[in-house]
Design a protein around this ligand. Structure first.
Ligand code: CAA
Length: 388
């Protein structure tokens, strides 16, 4: 029996900030962003969109294709948690009307959480093939105004259905992983924005890739040459180029420019216009690859590298299943990206840094155009609206 991703769909916000607008505001050359970090736009969530509404928007088209009562677990990975106690998965469970015969939990380790959830889901399904698991990775990336990270914000949520005999990607047994207690990026509980040591974070990312790769090889015996395509965690799309170059150097591979591009480029198309979505970013990159690759990917082996600052990293592989094309949700992905409304820099500030409000009692203006929205918070209770 194979186990892995049976369906995958992502959602993003209805607004974006163009890096052209951003460059003008900061008095910076646009090429620093379009070439230097490889980004064009960042999805920006209005106050009435949070990880729960993004996750529900991501999951809805999957649930519409199956019996929602068959879901036995919701594993919700995020580093943008809305409550220190109640899991975002429980809010999502209510909003989606899932069965009470379902377990729900939130997982965290920076951008790595989604991969932890995927691996746990695969292990649960392997142990009991009756399990049908909804894995969510959802985040809103926020940094301080004028910090180095401000140009690398974004948001998104990915929903994945994990089952036996999956129709999209069979995850292969064995992987390589690496943990080290470092301070490259973190967000203490009292802060809405992350702190980052930007240049150091890219160094730690690349070292973690090397370490996870070496462990992957010793655990699985698979080689670089046996992998057809590579998806990396994408904080900004140029990081994929840095990562793949570093991996080629580690294994001593000398790729032509064309092979290098074929192995990595389709995976960057969406992230380039969405920005960083932390735990969702790797999987949005995977969707991007499947939706945009010019050739049939059936039977191709994908390498997935997940990196979560702080730091935990993992390198794993999966085999694309024949017929996968028939169940992709390319149309929905592309429609959402194209339907977004551009923001001025001032509008972005009002979304991300609103005037001081009582956090326990607030009503949000209607900006979110999606099927689910956060209408407000009353007596510290989050109120969600289902418009689907
Ligand atoms: N034309 C072309 N290229 C230009 C340019 C121009 N006019 N101006 C600058 N550049 C190039 C620079 O040469 C540089 O290229 P290299 O990386 O090849 O040296 C690139 O553009 C970026 O320029 P700077 O290094 O000057 O940019 P910066 O100091 O403002 O910030 C950054 C870059 C540190 C990545 C910053 O965006 C940041 O802090 N981001 C947040 C942290 C992050 O994303 N880290 C990634 C690893 S950690 C992780 O992956 C987890 C996560 O999701 C956060």
């Amino acid at each position: 029996m194979t186990v892995g991703i049976d369906l995958i769909h992502f959602a993003t916000a209805d607004y974006y900030l163009g890096l052209d607008t951003f460059a003008r505001e900061k008095g910076t050359e646009l090429e620093k962003y379009t070439v230097g970090i490889g980004q064009e736009k960042m999805s920006i969530a209005p106050p009435d969109e949070d990880i729960v509404t993004l996750a529900a928007k991501a999951a809805r088209p999957i649930l519409d294709q199956i019996d929602p009562n068959s879901i036995t677990n919701v594993l919700f990975a995020t580093e943008s948690g809305v409550d220190q106690s109640k899991s975002a998965g429980a809010y999502l469970h209510g909003l989606l009307g899932l069965s009470n015969r379902c377990r729900t939990v939130e997982l965290k380790h920076a951008c790595y959480g989604g991969t932890a959830a995927l691996q746990m889901a695969c292990a649960l399904v392997t142990a009991n093939p009756k399990e049908r698991i909804l894995v969510i990775a959802a985040d809103i990336a926020k940094y301080d105004v004028d910090s180095s990270g401000e140009a690398t914000q974004g948001c998104g949520a990915v929903a994945m259905l994990i089952t036996p005999d999956p129709r999209i990607l069979a995850i292969e047994p064995g992987s390589g992983y690496f943990t080290e207690d470092v301070m490259d990026f973190w967000r203490p509980n009292h802060r809405a924005t992350a702190l980052v040591d930007g240049k150091y974070s890219t160094k730690v990312y690349l070292n973690s890739l090397k370490q996870a790769w070496q462990h992957f090889v010793s655990e699985t015996g698979r080689s670089f040459e046996q992998i057809d395509a590579f998806c990396y965690h994408i904080p900004f799309s140029r990081m994929t180029e840095k990562a793949h170059k570093a991996l080629c150097k580690t294994v001593g591979a000398r790729l032509s420019k064309n092979t290098f591009q074929t192995q990595t480029q389709p995976g960057q198309i969406y992230n380039r216009v969405l920005g960083n979505s932390y735990s969702a970013s790797l999987f949005i990159g995977f969707c991007s690859f499947l939706d945009n690759a010019p050739d049939d990917l059936s039977h191709k082996r994908f390498g997935l590298f997940s990196y979560g600052s702080g730091c935990v990293a993992e390198f794993l592989t999966g085999i694309v299943q024949p017929g996968y094309e028939k169940v992709l949700m390319r149309g929905s992905h592309q429609k959402q990206i194209q339907a977004r409304t551009p923001l001025t820099y001032e509008q972005y500030l009002t979304f991300y840094y609103p005037a001081t409000q009582d956090p326990d009692n607030v009503t949000f203006d209607v900006n979110n155009r999606g099927p689910y929205r956060l209408s407000g918070i009353q007596h510290a209770i989050r109120r969600y609206q289902n418009r689907s």
